[in-house]
Design a protein around this ligand. Structure first.
Ligand code: PMP
Length: 422
């Protein structure tokens, strides 16, 4: 029987020694009540919490788990490299191998730089766009997530207006709004940021409109600015290339992270020759940016990405999850909006303005061993099997039954309501 006594005890201890008990995307405060905060094991597609409950994990560490947790080949590469050199006075030759591998894999790229988090890569993109022609203005889609630094964090705490003084916001997928924003920037336009598709929290996902993407490319060319695709979340879950390659638009810079090392800490900024001189001008670094172990993991991950059908498998599994869930919802009298690519599904209920149905549904599925998110896109990984999806659908079927039975007594999440008000 599911219980969370140990998790609750750990939360009490954490509240004493960690501000707010936990922070950023690792705070489960926004999840339905009872969602576990702490985990002790991760293997394949499953995570186990401190109370010993095991879950089929549709969050995949918020992206990094591409091939399965504790993937044998990636972990062998990690162990082999650990025995040689990791963080040291200089990088290992793997940094050159990895840069060559990335440039070989991603069509628009002529060079690569490596860092740790997605925020490092997107912030480097911002700096390089500004260094390119010594300009200031950067266009960013409203509500798009590009990281948690002062220029990009979604919450207001600790941020002053000057941090964003030269950002101009526009509506994603709206070529006219983008054109107007570029006009406003005028001859001070440094760069345009684009998510590969709209993947904002609490909202349906929308695929990029080709005209919008071409408009972004045209404006960057006409105004001699750099176009940046932020592939930190979607990279290698859409295609084995930059995600906008699927609509025929090549950026000057693309930011990568999460999946690159299948969980080992590494991210990357890729660029073309146009941006090379600007990239050589900015001073960017970090004590761990040159560590060899995550690079070994990334090289092995890229080999698997290149040589296996991991992506086609994930698309098939994601398609089964989508169809199963939407059919099941209909059978129980609910309507679901299941949006975005199969490999990064976002699931929201129709007629659920305060998300009470979605929250109750995910809470009920969680207690039956399936970890879903009611407000963030989810992630499929290549270790998921058809049997995992059958097991998932058994749990979600029971969860639908639960919320159908209790529909009239469901309440909105207090934490969510408080957050929506700020
Ligand atoms: N860009 C996008 C699109 C992301 O999804 C994220 C992380 N969720 C980031 C940037 C920031 O990455 P990180 O959390 O590794 O700094």
């Amino acid at each position: 029987m599911w219980n969370n006594a140990k998790d609750r005890a750990l939360r009490d201890r954490a509240a004493q020694v960690i501000p707010g008990g936990m922070y950023g995307h690792q705070s489960t405060a926004l999840m339905p009540d009872g969602f576990p905060q702490f985990f002790t094991r991760a293997e394949g597609t499953r995570i186990t919490d401190t109370d010993g409950n095991s879950y089929i994990d549709f969050m995949c560490a918020y992206g990094p788990n591409l091939l399965g947790y504790n993937h044998p080949e990636v972990m062998r590469a990690v162990r082999d490299q650990q025995a040689l050199i990791d963080t040291a006075t200089g990088p290992s030759p793997l940094i050159v191998d990895l840069a060559e591998a990335m440039v070989g894999m991603v069509s628009h790229a002529d060079w690569a730089m490596f860092c740790k988090n997605g925020s490092d890569a997107t912030t480097m993109a911002l700096m390089i766009a500004r260094a390119y022609r010594d300009r200031r203005k950067v266009l960013v889609a409203t509500n798009a997530y590009h990281g948690s630094l002062p220029w990009s964090t979604p919450r207001p705490g600790g941020v002053v207006p000057e941090d964003r003084a030269h950002l101009i916001y526009f509506d994603y997928n709206d070529p006219q709004a983008l054109t107007d924003a570029a006009k406003q920037a005028g001859d001070d336009l440094a760069g345009i940021f684009a998510a590969p598709f709209r993947h904002d929290t609490f909202a349906d996902q929308t695929l990029p409109d080709a005209e919008y993407a071409r408009t972004a490319r045209r404006i960057a060319d006409e105004q001699d600015a750099l176009l940046v695709v932020d592939d930190v979340r979607a990279g290698f879950r859409v295609t084995r290339d930059c995600s906008w390659e699927t609509i025929g638009v090549r950026p000057d810079l693309s930011a990568w992270g999460k999946v690159l090392g299948n969980g080992q800490p590494i991210s990357s900024l890729l660029g073309n020759d146009r941006a090379r001189a600007a990239a050589s001008k900015v001073f960017v670094t970090g004590s761990y940016w040159f560590s060899a172990v995550p690079m070994a993991a990334a090289l092995e991950t890229m080999r698997i990405v290149r040589d296996t059908n991991y992506l086609e498998h994930m698309q098939k599994i994601g398609g089964m999850f989508r169809k199963g869930l939407v059919d099941q919802a209909r059978d129980f009298g609910f309507a679901l909006r299941h949006t975005g690519p199969e490999t990064l599904p976002m699931v929201l209920f129709e007629d659920d303005p305060d998300f009470r149905l979605g929250y109750a549904f995910c809470a009920a599925a969680m207690k039956r061993g399936v970890y879903l998110s009611p407000y963030h896109n989810m992630f499929i990984n290549a270790a998921m099997t058809e049997a995992d999806i059958s097991e998932t659908l058994e749990a979600t079927g029971a969860a639908f039954e639960d919320i159908k039975r209790n529909r009239d007594s469901l309440k909105p999440s207090q934490v969510l309501m408080a957050m929506m008000e700020t």
